[in-house]
Ligand binder design. Structure first.
Ligand SMILES: [Zn+2]
Ligand SMILES: [Zn+2]
Length: 294
């Protein structure tokens, strides 16, 4: 990646960090002492915890591995891949989904996986590439991204209200520093609250319906049911309290890879609702011996 391209990539994220830390810092330095004196110590404590929660989730969404699939090892794609079909189909809960061959990563992308053109990697349960965090949002960091959006919306409404109270308390002298700072913070929040609030609402609907942004904008389940939804309540529970998936790029298999003849192997899965089969319909390869069942 060139230096110019790198600077362009980190610019929105730098702006986002500067706005968040700048507005929060100004609020704590100029507005909070007055509220502490007039009202209660509960205000700085509550606002401090909320700010730390927002920053922690923002940092996790920014720096966490979103679920990068490691590229195929050289010995895995020694075979002539020109003869391999472009797609394979997988059936999940009776719904057929296509797995496309990723020419960069050299494997069939599992369902919900997509190749990010910015990061140049295949990402597990790809949601979108977010320029504001300069990272992909995928299976591993979606929860933190979602919690960041929710807490940021509450944080902004809260700071806006407390700044408004400050201005109303000091309206006799609008030119004083505290008032000017409060008005600047209110203008920044006023400009950001509609896009941030809208995005939070959009992701809340996606979480409730068990979809990713990628699936929503590409209309993946427009004509067919979504096999990944568990129902509204379970979708929300899964998004917020589900398992934390391990990193795949650092995974080192303990066993050696051995070559087997695929036509002689039959797998029976514990849950019999998943099966993989070759998609011969694209006509590139006609190999009837390669039926697999999971
Ligand atoms: Zn890829
Ligand atoms: Zn990306």
């Amino acid at each position: 990646m060139g230096r110019c391209e790198f600077s362009t990539r980190i610019l929105p994220a730098t702006c986002a960090w500067s706005l968040l830390l700048g507005a929060t810092g100004l609020f704590f330095i100029f507005i909070v002492p007055d509220h502490l004196q007039k009202y209660s110590i509960a205000i700085p404590i509550y606002q401090g915890i909320l700010s730390l929660f927002v920053i922690a989730n923002f940092a996790l969404a920014t720096f966490m591995d979103p679920g990068v699939y490691p590229r195929a090892h050289e010995d895995e794609f020694r075979d002539d891949d020109f003869r391999a079909p472009l797609y394979k189909n997988v059936e999940i809960k009776g719904i057929t989904m296509r797995m496309k061959w990723c020419t960069t990563c050299q494997f069939y992308r599992p369902p919900r996986c997509s190749h990010c053109s910015v990061c140049n990697n295949c990402i597990e349960t790809f949601d979108h590439h977010c320029p504001w965090v300069n990272n992909c949002i995928g299976r591993r960091n979606y929860r933190y991204f979602f919690l960041f959006l929710i807490s940021l919306t509450i944080h902004k409404i809260s700071i806006f209200s407390l700044c408004l109270v400050y201005v109303l308390n000091h309206k006799k002298d609008l030119a004083q520093t505290g008032n000017i700072i409060a008005l600047i913070v209110m203008v920044i929040i006023g400009l950001l609250i509609i896009p941030v609030g809208g995005l939070t609402g959009f992701h809340t609907v996606l979480v409730a319906r068990g979809r990713t942004t990628n699936e929503q904008v590409t209309g993946k389940f427009r004509g067919s049911p979504n096999p990944f939804t568990r129902g509204c309540c379970k979708n929300c529970k899964y998004a917020l309290c589900g398992p934390q998936w391990p990193r795949l790029v650092s995974y080192k298999p303990r066993t050696k890879t051995v070559q087997i003849e695929s036509s002689r192997v039959t797998y029976v899965a514990a849950e019999k609702d998943v099966k993989i089969f070759m998609d011969n319909s694209n006509g590139i390869k006609h190999d009837n011996s390669s039926n697999h069942r999971l």
